[in-house]
Write a protein that binds this ligand. Structure first.
Ligand SMILES: [Zn+2]
Length: 336
């Protein structure tokens, strides 16, 4: 079956220049691990990855969460060291870059946006990195980490991820302590990947808004990684934000046959707006963490085509900016 025709996708060709004045915040990419593995540098244009500094600038990215996922080899041991090492290496490498800065508080974030520099938010994907110790959460905070995805798909010391299908449980006592501590010190609690029981306990416990950095809508594609309408509504009700994930199987249930296109991402954005309102939707591309992408969003420069698409759906002015960056900036301003 041929995918739906995308009308605006290839209309404009990026020519190394920012076409629109719109800035974009993206709540999830896995580029750091890829950069580490390939030996390429973030400032080198590298078409094998979904994003790099030159293309982020072309696309108008103003804020990018850089996640480090705890890989299987470090699941039970060494997660803290491995994660810290990747972040410290990254920070050292970009310390002389003037176009990108690791941001640790909202004052820096706002200053950076004014200066049109990219704000990098360091984010850990999977509480395995804590190795069961609150002390490691504080250590990660110390080196600049400001966001933690409580679980990946597995069970960990904080709770169960969506991959636990045999009666998933909620948060552990440690998981609850982690959330309380994150609320206290100023870190973003990320509920992407967590199983349903832990999700609800987290929302009840957190005294601050939470994010789902890279999750799409279950109502449109019933995948365990996606959020039910009740979850979308609950995140919206506490002032949180959901970043729509670009992974085709999260966008369409028939993606294995048809793939996905940019219009599918727009459908998910529309759905979150319908269910939770304009203040709770954002972008969480999952670039460099996904092995397929929607047609029209092949890399970070495709985000400019996404803006065209949003405009064609009638989003404009502040509402358009909320989706593209304001919602993320608002929630970061409250949390870090
Ligand atoms: Zn993920």
């Amino acid at each position: 079956m041929i995918p739906k025709q995308e009308t605006t996708t290839h209309r404009h060709k990026m020519e190394g220049k920012l076409r629109t004045p719109y800035l974009i915040a993206d709540m999830h990419c896995d580029t750091l691990a890829k950069v580490m593995k390939s030996g390429k540098e973030l400032w080198e244009r590298n078409e094998e990855h979904h994003l790099d500094l030159p293309r982020m600038k072309e696309a108008g990215v103003c804020c990018q969460f850089f996640a480090v996922c705890v890989q299987e080899a470090y699941r039970y041991e060494g997660g803290f060291q491995r994660t810290s090492h990747i972040f410290q290496t990254f920070q050292k490498k970009i310390s002389s870059e003037k176009d990108i800065v690791v941001v640790k508080d909202s004052i820096e974030l706002k200053k950076n946006i004014k200066k049109r520099r990219i704000s990098a938010i360091l984010s850990v994907e999977g509480g395995e990195a804590l190795e069961g110790k609150i002390e490691n959460l504080l250590n990660l905070y110390e080196i600049g980490v400001r966001s933690l995805t409580l679980t990946w798909n597995w069970r960990n010391a904080l709770g169960d991820g969506v991959g636990v299908t045999d009666e998933p449980k909620g948060l552990t006592a440690f998981g609850k302590d982690v959330i309380k501590c994150m609320n206290d010190i100023g870190m973003v609690v990320d509920v992407s990947h967590i199983a349903v029981p832990g999700f609800w306990e987290c929302l009840e416990l957190s005294t601050k808004p939470v994010i789902a950095s890279h999750s799409s809508c279950y109502a449109l594609a019933p995948h365990p990684r996606n959020l039910r309408d009740s979850q979308i509504k609950a995140i919206a009700d506490i002032g949180g934000v959901i970043g729509i994930n670009f992974y085709p199987p999260f966008l369409r249930s028939d993606a294995d046959k048809t793939g996905a296109i940019l219009l599918d991402v727009l459908d998910h954005i529309d759905h979150v707006v319908e269910v939770g309102g304009i203040d709770c939707v954002a972008i969480g591309s999952d670039f460099d963490g996904i092995d397929s992408v929607p047609l029209g969003l092949e890399d970070v420069t495709g985000l400019q085509r996404l803006i065209d698409g949003l405009m064609s759906r009638g989003y404009k002015g502040i509402d358009l900016e909320k989706i593209l960056n304001r919602n993320v900036i608002r929630v970061l301003s409250l949390l870090i």
